[in-house]
Design a protein around this ligand. Structure first.
Ligand SMILES: [Zn+2]
Length: 592
């Protein structure tokens, strides 16, 4: 436990008075009622001897009683609902060191997604949670601040034909009675508590790694993620021991709103990673890297999210380099820089700083903390040299393990441990401009890629009139095709778009990155509205996928013109019900 907790504008909790140090859940999963019901027993760490109340975050929970473990009722007060932060629950502890909240979730439990049999590969029902950033309070009464860590255990009852998994010790097969017990002995913030219930099977990937998925998906998943154990070894060589025991992956149905969610011991992953050619497994490197940056050293509040995500993108590309080489990684760095440019054009200038000031952390995600944060770390690396920077990072993860970190504390540590001894000043590195300025400062590093230079040459030839079928592209990897799409000009004549699509098959691409880049391009160009088949592919894409950042980009492009906005509304009317509440919140704002 830290000496004191940083103030968190996104939580009602007052952990400096009484902090929750252990959570014990006892829940029944009712698919008919779409409800979790039971009790949460909270172990209290009284940090201020005079404190009488423990304050929790909740979101539309049906709180039925609050008692001591032996059943004595305790007074409590549930405040009015706030549309961003939910309801403050203050419990008078009467000196108790454990309190029990008896409760059930409601229809407005935003962390939960209940899937009907037709929305899953197995044809059976499915439930999964997504707590990050502040949705956990909609199914657990908790201190929902990333700076507050607790160990947890749980007993969860589910229908006997389904398996339950958590971000904890996990079973590898169903048992007869549908009752599962979990232990998480390592303290985690509330945003990393996770539950999934479905028709799931397990495959071993290595000594410490495995994958869960629905029966018809699990073998493809095991093939796609075969490098997982090697990634763990590479990560440990870079930044020290993996501290969470096992590292398993869970492949969710398509409505999962993210690429991956770094729930400890059990990364939740989108099925869009199963490209069939292992071209998108770098997302696994990303989620694995969170076992250090994020889960081990955690952002104090969501305003410091770049400390989670920027570090993780940096770390991810270092794992990629270990496994797949510098040439491959150079392509990823270039694509990341393009991604950053796109988001800089979408977001307000204040939202492009690294240190954020979020009024609502649940508001649509952006890639800026990821890509600008990583680019800042690459800038520091270039200034001090890789060897020194690696030693600094390795020490950082050790020194601050299981603690939280805010931007100012990180910068102070960076100066003291790395920059000042080398005579490097904040001005030399433009630190202020990176952290508290818009856009990208002038000292950013640039990444050369021969593979992309070859693509650029073919793009030039194509624009000069060479037919697509004659391009020297037969051995291109998917990252090169992706770069090709992004490099096409918006005013390309429509018959040339036809040609490119016929040759590369962009409209039907099973690679979500390429498919998204293509749709963005052809919507901007107006081409999509002239080609019914491409429009159908777009509607299919938006109906099939629920990955929030990707569908958000397509909806944003559509919403830029009146014709596109009408079409976006038409598609969204059908697709909305299949999206996770996280994605719904983001898209409602765009087409609303
Ligand atoms: Zn991440």
């Amino acid at each position: 436990m830290p000496r004191s907790f940083a103030a968190d504008p996104h939580s009602y909790a007052r952990p400096n008075e009484i902090a929750v140090s252990h959570l014990s859940l006892d829940l029944t999963v009712d698919f008919e009622a779409r409800q979790l019901a039971g009790a949460a027993t909270l172990t209290l760490d009284r940090r201020d001897p005079d404190a009488r109340e423990v304050v929790l975050d909740t979101w539309r929970l049906d709180v039925r009683a609050v008692t001591t473990p032996d059943g004595t009722a305790l007074p409590y007060e549930l405040a009015d609902h706030d549309p961003v932060f939910g309801q403050r629950l203050a419990i008078t502890t009467d000196g108790a060191d454990r309190v029990v909240v008896h409760y059930a979730t409601t229809d407005d439990a935003r962390a939960l997604q209940w899937l009907e049999p037709q929305q899953t590969a197995s044809g059976k029902r499915f439930l999964f949670t997504q707590n990050q950033p502040i949705l956990g309070r909609s199914w657990i009464p908790c201190q929902d601040s990333p700076g507050v860590r607790a160990t947890y255990d749980a007993e969860v009852r589910v229908p006997a034909d389904l398996l339950a998994l958590m971000s904890a010790t996990n079973p590898t097969a169903r048992n007869a009675d549908g009752v599962y017990r979990f232990e998480m002995p390592t303290p985690v913030p509330a945003y990393l508590v996770a539950l999934a219930v479905g028709d799931l099977e397990f495959r071993e990937l290595g000594e410490r790694a495995g994958v869960y998925a629905e029966p018809t998906v699990v073998d493809a998943a095991a093939w796609e993620f075969a490098d997982t154990e090697k990634m763990m070894e590479a990560a440990e060589r870079l930044y020290g021991p993996y501290r969470w025991g096992r590292y398993d992956l869970l492949v969710l149905p398509p409505s999962f709103p993210y690429g991956g969610m770094e729930n400890p011991r059990l990364t939740f992953a989108t099925p869009t990673l199963l490209a069939g050619d292992r071209s998108l497994v770098t997302v696994v490197a990303h989620e694995l890297a969170h076992s250090w940056s994020g889960n081990l050293v955690t952002n104090s509040t969501w305003n410091d999210i770049w400390l989670n995500e920027g570090f993780t993108v940096y770390f991810e590309t270092r794992i990629d380099e270990e496994l797949y080489g510098a040439d491959f990684t150079a392509m990823l760095l270039r694509l990341g820089r393009q991604e950053l440019e796109q988001w800089l054009a979408i977001e307000e200038p204040r939202d492009t700083w690294l240190e954020l000031d979020l009024s609502d952390p649940d508001e649509g995600p952006s890639k800026i903390p990821y890509e600008k944060g990583s680019l800042f770390l690459r800038t520091i690396e270039a200034a001090v040299g890789r060897e020194r920077f690696d030693a600094f990072l390795r020490d950082y993860f050790d020194r601050f393990a299981f603690e939280s970190m805010d931007t100012e504390t990180f910068l102070a540590h960076l100066r003291e441990a790395l920059l000042t001894p080398l005579g490097i000043t904040d001005e030399d590195l433009q630190v202020e401009a990176w952290v508290r300025g818009p856009g990208v400062p002038s000292n950013e590093p640039h990444f050369a890629s021969d593979a992309f230079d070859r693509v650029d040459a073919e793009v030039a030839a194509f624009l000069a009139g060479r037919p697509a079928a004659d391009l020297d592209a037969a051995d291109w990897v998917s990252q090169q095709r992706w770069h090709f799409v992004r490099a096409l000009p918006d005013d390309l004549p429509y018959d040339r778009f036809d040609e490119a699509d016929a040759f590369f098959g962009f409209s039907g691409s099973g690679n979500i990155e390429i498919a998204t880049a293509w749709l963005e391009k052809v919507i901007d160009a107006g081409y999509l509205f002239e080609r019914p088949a491409v429009d159908t592919a777009m509607a299919d894409f938006l109906t099939r996928h629920g990955r929030a950042l990707y569908i958000k980009k397509v909806y944003l492009k559509l919403a830029a013109t009146p014709t596109g906005l009408d079409r976006a509304r038409e598609i969204y009317a059908d697709a909305r019900a299949s999206y996770h509440p996280v994605a719904q919140m983001a898209i409602d704002k765009i087409v609303g």
